[in-house]
Design a protein around this ligand. Sequence first.
Ligand code: CO
Length: 173
Amino acid sequence: MIEKKPRIYTYPDPFLRQKSEPIESFDESLCDLVQLMRKIMKETSGIGLAAPQIGVSKRIIVVDDLTLEVSPEKRVLINPEILIFTEQQGSVEEGCLSVPEIYAPVKRPVGIQYRYYDENGTCYEGEDGSFWARVAQHELDHLDGILFIDRISSLQKRLIRKKLQKLRRISRD
Ligand code: CO
């Protein structure tokens, strides 16, 4: 599936703005890809990673269960959907491997009702109001071409404007 050594795609790479394709077959190549994503997440000390961040336009998310102390079935999310968001929102500082060295508070619903599959095709449904729900929302955004910097206030946007400019400049060089 991937020939070259995988790298983390960073802002403003247009690849990060694509809508990813759902997984249709739960086969060995999917398991290999999940393994690879987990390895990259650990190497880069990420708490979550979405496939588009390594240049794969597929609806796959991995979440670091050690940092978040969640049960094992919550660390691979394939074709994830959020069925219901709580009305209550909370603001927490976020960062992203694809937007290096930039952190800003992001307002999101504190709880979700979710559905997703693991790499073997087992379906999971439930509710979560922990930090995992936030990570899941952040990573699911990646599958739809959305970055956390799209969801911050205009004041926060002004505060990180120079840093974003720098990232755009680096990408041109
Ligand atoms: Co991210």
